[in-house]
Design a protein around this ligand. Structure first.
Ligand SMILES: Cc1cn([C@H]2C[C@H](O)[C@@H](COP(=O)(O)OP(=O)(O)OP(=O)(O)O)O2)c(=O)[nH]c1=O
Length: 193
């Protein structure tokens, strides 16, 4: 059994895909970037802060996983849109070009901490303002970094992905499995046959 420091249903689903028994507990951390903080450093810090925040609250020595996802566009972070105007502006910026999706995953066990950064390149086709407006009304963009969900209707915007689909969705499973394996969490129990 591990703890997942997250309120995200996507992250729970993705962890289920690995078959890892877990309990998800939301944590509230300050996600404000530090002055001049590179996106890579920010996403790693936030993933670690989430795992640390939950580890500090729990008495059981269970492994605690935290994750964070940010878009990096010209070196600037795009997180979740504040409102419709912000979301529309994000989609307009992503239209017809390539951006990076960075997902960090952190594991805290006892006093030990480990971290992995997953990087993905995503290309969007040109988007019409009318389809961005229509996409906003689906409700999908509101709680997603960069105002889109690759696992949802924004799949029709993505002409190319170089990286990992689970990383773009918010929990890079290859890196997560590596962290768990290194911490001694059994991922595949082979029974007698
Ligand atoms: C780019 C992209 C992001 N996302 C989601 C993943 C994350 O849930 C969200 C980015 O916000 P985060 O701040 O990383 O996470 P969160 O607030 O949703 O959840 P937590 O409680 O763990 O902090 O965007 C998708 O679901 N699909 C996508 O294609």
């Amino acid at each position: 059994m591990i703890l997942l420091a997250s309120a995200s249903p996507r992250r729970r689903e993705l962890l289920n895909q690995l078959g890892v028994p877990h309990r998800a507990v939301p944590v509230d951390i300050d996600e404000t970037p530090l002055p001049g903080e590179p996106v890579e450093a920010l996403v790693c810090r936030l993933a670690l802060d989430k795992a640390r925040a939950l580890a500090a609250k729990t008495v059981a020595e269970l492994p605690v996983l935290g994750a964070d996802t940010l878009i990096s566009l010209d070196g600037r972070p795009l997180g979740k849109p504040a409102d419709r105007a912000d979301g529309m502006a994000m989609l307009a910026q992503l239209s017809g070009r390539e951006h990076e999706v960075l997902s960090a995953v952190a594991l805290v066990v006892g006093g030990r901490e480990a971290l992995r950064l997953n990087r993905n390149r995503v290309r969007f086709r040109e988007l019409e303002p009318a389809e961005c407006a229509a996409y906003w009304t689906t409700g999908e963009p509101a709680d997603k970094a960069g105002a889109y969900a690759i696992q949802g209707r924004a799949a029709m915007f993505v002409s190319r992905l170089e990286g990992s689909y689970t990383g773009v969705m918010g929990l890079p499973l290859f890196e997560t499995a590596e962290l768990l394996r290194e911490a001694g969490v059994a991922l595949l129990e082979l029974g007698d046959s």
